[in-house]
Design a protein. Sequence first.
Length: 243
Amino acid sequence: MTQRRETGFTPSAHGFAFSNEWPSAPAIRIPLGVGSLGIGNAARGLCGGMVFAALDYWHAGVAPPAEQPAAGAPLFRFIIRRLIDSWRLPAGVARYYRWMLLPDADSRARAKIRPGVASRTTRLHWPAIKGLLDAGVPAALGVVTVSSPNPLLLGGNHQVLAYGYEIEGTRLALRVYDPNVGPDDEVRIRFDTAAETAEFTSNLGLRLPVRGFFLTRYSPARLPGMVRLPRLRGRRAAGTPSC
């Protein structure tokens, strides 16, 4: 018997109609009085900003704009701001890096078991994600793909939005909006919830395989041109697991 849960969000209706492909341009410009200083490069991707912004539009009950904004346009600046929000500096970036240093499987040191990326995902974060989805609220996820102590590789990780799931026995298919793919309702992350060491398969638009994922803290933001903050639908997340 298959158990299904939907939140009402679908990438085809509530995700951005364009994918996470941007021309080479500074993500942020800081005015200097005699010009401006460009920081970052939009061409490297704005996945977290697109995930948070799409969720902002969904909570507000407003369809997201269909046309991809030009660099510097209000929607582009909004996506950049939400990208920075999604990082939750410095704690959010530190979590990506901690998980990059962990092995996939649990390890044992001095008679203590140290959870790896797989069990942190399935035993700690999946129950919290499921709780949000069961309450009808999509969940923003940080997806870890990189295994390296090199902090310069942090950008190889990813962000997506979980909006539903299907469980058959112990096999789980997590339905996600992936900005790299665009408005595609058939994107899934799959794993076995009963496996000692979960192996993740997906059709995300990524070069590296998924090692695991965690729940990202989210709060709604006012949309460009809106006077009031959108009302958060369903149950607000009280917090995210600590590791």
